[in-house]
Design a protein around this ligand. Structure first.
Ligand SMILES: [Ca+2]
Length: 192
């Protein structure tokens, strides 16, 4: 279950979001799973505040960037081990191929392509990045290396994953998604 961005997930099983209103403390409880708050669109996977779309077309790095952009998303960022594990699990269940990661290298420093921020988490395959011929400025999850990372030529063709934040209309969230089903409307459990 995903709570709205400014809500805190209290209980995954029953689907409870909590928000502290000053001076009131209000709990909203609604139907477990998808209807509690908006989650990702159809075909997008949800994880920790982001939505992920696996793209099964083979494109260059820059084509992949543009296609993600057209979806209001970025080529995937991998911020930590948990996110890396999540994405690798997705890829193992997708097509057996390499997938772009949204970062590029310059003078052996890796930065996210869109934000230009230095990358802090890596999952390189042993011996990677090898900067072969000083011509490998992009990175992939490699299918032959159990989806560890490798640097490759940006003009090569790979599949890719787009990522965007879950965008939330808080009013929609409070009202619940199933507006026609009053049984699942949020209930005010306690005020003050
Ligand atoms: Ca390499």
């Amino acid at each position: 279950m995903e709570c709205c961005s400014d809500f805190v997930c209290m209980e995954e099983i029953i689907g409870r979001c909590d928000k502290t209103y000053m001076p009131y403390r209000v709990f909203f409880v609604s139907k477990p799973s998808r209807s509690t708050c908006p989650t990702c669109e159809n075909k997008w996977f949800t994880f920790n505040g982001s939505c992920y779309l696996i793209q099964l077309n083979l494109t260059t790095f820059y084509e992949a960037v543009n296609i993600c952009y057209s979806h209001g998303a970025s080529l995937v960022h991998v911020d930590d081990k948990a996110e890396n594990d999540f994405i690798k699990a997705l890829l193992r269940n997708a097509v057996y191929q390499d997938y772009w990661i949204g970062m590029t290298e310059n003078r052996h420093i890796w930065r996210y392509y869109d934000t230009k921020k230095t990358v802090t988490f890596y999952d390189w395959e042993q011996g990677e990045p090898d900067h072969r011929n000083e011509n490998e400025h992009c990175a992939i999850f490699g299918n032959t290396i159990n989806y560890h990372w490798a640097d490759v030529v940006c003009d090569s063709h790979r599949m890719f994953v787009c990522e965007k934040s879950i965008s939330v209309d808080v009013n929609l969230c409070v009202a619940g998604r199933d507006k026609t089903s009053t049984a699942f409307w949020p209930r005010l459990l306690s005020v003050k």
